[in-house]
Ligand binder design. Structure first.
Ligand SMILES: *[C@@H]1O[C@H](CO)[C@@H](O)[C@H](O)[C@H]1NC(C)=O
Ligand SMILES: *[C@@H]1O[C@H](CO)[C@@H](O)[C@H](O)[C@H]1NC(C)=O
Ligand SMILES: *[C@@H]1O[C@H](CO)[C@@H](O)[C@H](O)[C@H]1NC(C)=O
Ligand SMILES: *[C@@H]1O[C@H](CO)[C@@H](O)[C@H](O)[C@H]1NC(C)=O
Length: 155
């Protein structure tokens, strides 16, 4: 008898809790949308992967700035020892479409810091490219990558 009652109570709790959990998840996942700009910087004359593919040396400790409009620095990140940088933005403050059209990545750390034969002035620049959304747990991440760096002799 007690067991039957317990079962009934459990069933009721489960039935009542299910739609609530669903509703809460809906709220949370829409709150935890993120925009992530991530890429790898290589130690080459143009910052991109060289002919040797993944064995191309990387450009670590480089400052990568996200600049929007007429050059406002909106965010920045430093490449780690794998040459990877990652900038995470809150979609409440950034609209994906205007980010893609108005913003660019700028690296002003001289290339000579990773290879003395490369220029000690100028810098790298890339526009942005959206490659899709990834759902990671409760996060819905909009992934952006550099569309390809180019070297500018004066920045
Ligand atoms: C590619 O790898 C070969 C063999 O290790 C090396 O001799 C060559 O300099 C590399 N090329 C570049 C552009 O790094
Ligand atoms: C560099 O950052 C990436 C992305 O955050 C990470 O996956 C990678 O493990 C890091 N590499 C090192 C050597 O810390
Ligand atoms: C340094 O850069 C020069 C010119 O691009 C290149 O020939 C050389 O292989 C690079 N050295 C290393 C260690 O990557
Ligand atoms: C993730 O976010 C994008 C853009 O806001 C949206 O179009 C997409 O439906 C979302 N995906 C999920 C699984 O919520």
């Amino acid at each position: 008898m007690a067991l039957k009652l317990l079962f009934l109570v459990c069933l009721m709790v489960a039935v009542m809790a299910a739609p609530m959990a669903e509703a809460q998840l809906g709220i949370i996942s829409s709150l935890l949308g993120l925009i992530r700009i991530q890429g790898t910087l290589y130690c080459t004359p143009n910052g991109n992967m060289g002919v040797n593919g993944t064995s191309t040396p990387v450009f670590s400790n480089a400052l990568v700035q996200l600049q929007c409009g007429s050059g406002n620095v909106v965010s920045s990140a430093t490449t780690n020892s794998s040459g990877i940088f990652s900038i995470v933005l809150d979609p409440l403050h950034f609209v994906l479409s205007s980010l893609l059209s108005d913003c660019k990545l700028v690296v002003s750390t001289p290339l000579s810091t990773c290879n003395a034969s490369l220029p000690s002035a100028g810098g790298l620049l890339s526009s942005l490219q959206f490659i899709g959304n990834t759902v990671l747990g409760l996060l819905n991440i909009s992934n952006i990558i550099p569309s390809g760096f180019q070297f500018l002799p004066s920045l």
